[in-house]
Design a protein around this ligand. Structure first.
Ligand SMILES: Nc1ncnc2c1ncn2[C@@H]1O[C@H](COP(=O)(O)OP(=O)(O)O)[C@@H](O)[C@H]1O
Ligand SMILES: [Mg+2]
Length: 139
């Protein structure tokens, strides 16, 4: 997987702006990479690129699923807080995901529940003061 270099948050926003028009309702963004790699920052940039309010975006902790008003709407899950794929059922993920773009941080923890969706795999990492993102498009 080739990786893009994102030297700063402005680069992350530019990446999100380029990706946003290619996303459609029912797509799932599988976001992986270590703590601080920029997963939540990328979700915030996507909400902005899709016409929503980026200030609404925060890591889903107490509320395990966030919904953002943008076009299409987005849902945001941090699977670090879940014990496994079965937890997605309790959040009503399937119903919500059909009409939205879903962003799932630490997606590997719930990978078994995501196989049937149109998945984008986005792997972020630290690189100096910036970040990298490797992109695997849906088949
Ligand atoms: N492309 C980037 N270059 C430099 N710093 C970034 C970049 N993207 C995000 N950051 C910074 O990384 C920190 C952690 O970002 P966050 O999105 O919360 O990571 P994660 O959700 O992966 O834990 C934040 O301080 C953010 O400003
Ligand atoms: Mg995060």
């Amino acid at each position: 997987m080739p990786a893009l270099y994102l030297p700063d948050e402005a680069a992350t926003r530019a990446f999100a702006a380029a990706l946003a028009p290619r996303l459609r309702a029912g797509d799932v963004l599988c976001l992986d990479g270590p703590l601080g790699a920029g997963k939540t920052t990328l979700v915030r940039a996507l909400v902005e690129a899709l016409g929503g309010d980026p200030s609404q975006v925060a890591s889903p902790t107490f509320t395990l699923l966030h919904q953002y008003h943008c076009h299409p709407p987005m849902i945001h899950i941090d699977a670090y807080r879940l014990s496994g794929p079965g937890d997605l059922d309790g959040l009503g993920f399937e119903e919500l995901a059909e009409g939205a773009i879903s962003a799932i941080e630490w997606s590997q923890r719930v990978a078994a529940a995501l196989a049937c969706w149109r998945c984008w795999r986005l792997v972020l990492d630290h690189e100096g003061r910036g970040r990298t993102v490797a992109v695997l498009e849906p088949a």
